[in-house]
Design a protein around this ligand. Structure first.
Ligand code: OXD
Ligand code: MN
Length: 598
């Protein structure tokens, strides 16, 4: 319980607005969690999986209309439209509140409203922030317990007048007397609103129960609202993994990495190195908050406490550690169910049995059914400390010092395996242009075009992307140059003329991490190219790797003509920044053009 007047007044206000049948404050205990899960099994919302094969595991199936983040229903309602920028949907905050208030009116009728105090980051750490989540979804409640730190201890840390972000969530499906509750209640798409009020640090989500739309600690708080806080307070809230790497002599470094979706971010965070004596451990797989320490270096925390990972494609071959983590105490959503009560998905690393129940609860037959058995965005939710390679200091109160920032995307052409920036502003320029090439698997009429996504943050910046890049540039003046992490652009996805990947990826990426590690210590030199420093092939550890010299040459090739084309495409992307492209970024672009022409 709490004496925090602000919290109590807000809960009172929401109770009056949403009219739930009951209000339940969650204390975060195991018993409370079990009760919620049992209730959901009883009412058919959850399926208890085979407890011998998957102890403590549950399966949920969402409504087919509610399977992913809905970017076109996500809003940044800043006071001024120009603060939201071209990267966000904007609605005037007063108008949006009016619309949403009428939706919230009585929206929790027939349901229990859960009050979930949660901490993003270790409870009590100066780098952490507190939120109070109100939701009418018990599914959200059990997921929030995994993804964040919840309960009474958070209220204790908040005290009587601490700062908190109110996070209101309703599935938008009030129940009238006698009305039957569907297994996955949600509102129609045009009534879904994932709304952020960055000026008052407030989140209102309505109509969806899925992932980033509903687990408000993740994208809504830890990225969209936190990025606005970070801009105002002089730190960085980023869509980045955090990894710890130890060399054979026992020397440790920490790196963060920003990648758009489908680039193997979770795999990189949990990588098993193929080079002897090197160790990689996980601090975080999705979000990093970085603040300056007393020594002038940037220190990162993972604000989350769990992984909400994409299941399809995850196998013991692609990500052994994630597979080990999800062997128990895991919530699965929209994966397929086997006849013996286990889970299956496309890319799990072994054949489907002849019969499954697919993610929509329908019979699925191998070789006959034409649709995927698991939804491509099916997820697992698991506590971070279940990962066998979680770093012992992953919850370090003061964070971990960052030596290198990695950025990257899927680029079959043009971008070499690795290049290092010349300077901080040059690194920010590199981050601004990163992205993935669109393949046949995505939007067919744009094949070959690059979808640029500055720092993989376009859908997650709570303000204007131009101001965001300016903030990254401003970071430079907050410390001494030698204290700043170095910035590296990696591309594991370069292909040869026969459309084959040139680089084996996965655990072999440790070879590139080793080069970065050694560059940070000035143990190896960089070869200057117009786009940045690349490795001298003799400095890359390629021992016991079956790769040809031609492939290495191709992987490190910087083709001026290709980069001139790249520049034309970058210029087109920058047009979207209106008048807010920082001058330093434009200068970096001009310098690149000059180096390419030289
Ligand atoms: C995620 C995403 O779910 O980036 O992490 O969409
Ligand atoms: Mn993400």
């Amino acid at each position: 319980m709490t004496n925090h007047k602000g919290v109590l007044a807000w809960i009172d206000e929401i109770t009056k607005l949403c009219e739930p049948n009951n209000v339940k404050w969650l204390d975060g205990s195991e018993k409370e969690n079990q009760d919620l899960l049992e209730m959901m099994v009883k009412n058919g919302t959850a399926i208890l999986l085979n407890q011998e094969k998957r102890p403590g595991c549950y399966l949920f199936r969402s409504d087919p209309s509610d399977v992913a983040r809905v970017e076109n229903r996500t809003f940044i309602a800043s006071n001024k439209k120009s603060d939201a920028g071209p990267n966000n949907n904007w609605i005037d905050p007063l108008e949006l509140k009016k619309t949403m208030n009428s939706l919230y009116q009585g929206s929790m009728r027939g349901r229990t409203m859960y009050v979930i105090p949660f901490s993003m980051g270790p409870i009590g750490s100066k780098l952490s922030k507190i939120g109070i989540n109100v939701t009418d979804s018990p599914y959200v409640a059990v997921n929030m317990r995994i993804m964040t730190r919840i309960g009474q201890k958070v209220l204790d840390a908040l005290g009587d007048n601490g700062e908190f972000v109110p996070c209101l969530h309703s599935v938008g499906y009030p129940l009238e007397k006698g009305q039957i509750d569907p297994t996955w209640p949600c509102a129609p798409i045009e009534q879904k609103y994932i709304s952020h009020f960055p000026d008052e640090r407030l989140i209102w989500s309505y109509g969806s129960g899925y992932g980033g739309n509903a687990l408000l600690g993740k994208k809504c708080f830890a990225l969209r609202i936190a990025s606005a806080m970070a801009r105002d307070e002089g730190w960085l809230a980023e869509h980045m993994l955090i990894l710890k790497i130890t060399n054979p002599e026992g020397k440790v470094k920490y790196m963060t990495g920003a990648f758009p979706s489908a680039c193997g971010k979770t795999n990189l965070a949990m990588l098993t190195p193929t080079i002897p004596g090197w160790k990689v451990e996980t601090v975080g797989d999705d979000i990093a908050w970085m603040k300056f320490g007393k020594d002038g270096r940037l220190y990162a925390i993972n604000p989350e406490a769990g992984f909400f990972g994409v299941a399809p494609g995850t196998s013991y071959q692609t990500n052994y550690n994630a597979m080990k983590a999800i062997e128990y105490n895991t919530i699965f959503t929209n994966v397929a169910l086997t006849d013996d009560g286990d889970v299956w998905w496309e890319g799990i690393g072994y054949d489907a049995p002849n019969h499954l129940i697919d993610w929509q609860g329908k019979d699925w037959y191998k070789g006959v059914s034409m649709t995927p058995a698991a939804h491509p965005n099916a997820r697992f939710t698991v506590r971070a400390d279940q990962c066998p390679v979680i770093a012992s200091d992953w919850e370090a109160e003061n964070g971990v010092p960052i030596s290198a920032i990695l950025i990257g995307g899927r680029r079959p052409t043009t971008v070499p395996l690795i290049h290092e920036s010349f300077s901080w502003p040059h690194g920010i320029f590199m981050g601004s242009i990163m992205g993935s090439e669109i393949t046949a698997a995505t939007i067919s009429d744009n094949i070959g075009k690059v979808r640029r996504d500055s720092f993989a943050m376009l859908p997650f910046i709570g303000y204007h992307v131009g101001d965001y890049l300016k903030h990254w540039l401003d970071i430079e003046s907050m410390t001494k140059p030698e204290k700043l992490p170095k910035i590296y652009y990696v591309n594991w996805f370069r292909k040869d003329e026969f459309n084959h990947f040139l680089w084996p990826g996965y655990g072999e990426n440790s070879r590139i991490l080793k080069w970065i590690f050694e560059r940070c210590d000035n143990q190896v030199h960089g070869v200057k190219t117009p786009i940045g420093y690349i490795p001298d092939p003799s400095d890359l550890d390629l021992s016991n790797l079956n790769i040809s010299e031609t492939a290495i040459k191709e992987l490190l090739n910087v083709d001026k003509a290709e980069w001139m084309k790249e520049c034309a495409s970058i210029e087109a992307y920058y047009e979207r920044f209106e008048d807010k492209l920082p001058k330093a970024i434009k200068d970096e672009f001009d310098s690149l053009m000059n180096r390419l022409k030289a």
